[in-house]
Design a protein around this ligand. Structure first.
Ligand SMILES: [Zn+2]
Length: 73
């Protein structure tokens, strides 16, 4: 499911969120990346979700937007 075990573990720990942006109910998204992967950071109110184009561990492209762009090549 995940590009690497490190990201899977990070999601298990709650450091990262994987899923639809509509499923985020305890915080808000702070950038505009078309992805299912978000860094989840404690904020003054709830959490800040930072969308990611690339896995911070293995460096692979993980966002939906990038996958779509890759397929068009
Ligand atoms: Zn990875």
């Amino acid at each position: 499911m995940f590009c690497c075990q490190d990201l899977g573990d990070a999601v298990d720990r709650g450091w990262f969120y994987r899923g639809s942006k509509h499923g985020i109910e305890d915080g808000r998204i702070v950038n505009d990346v078309d992805t299912e992967y978000y860094l989840r950071a404690a904020s003054t109110r709830g959490y800040a979700y930072v969308g990611m184009n690339y896995c911070p561990f293995c460096g692979r492209a993980i966002s939906l937007g990038l996958w779509a762009a890759e397929k068009k090549k």
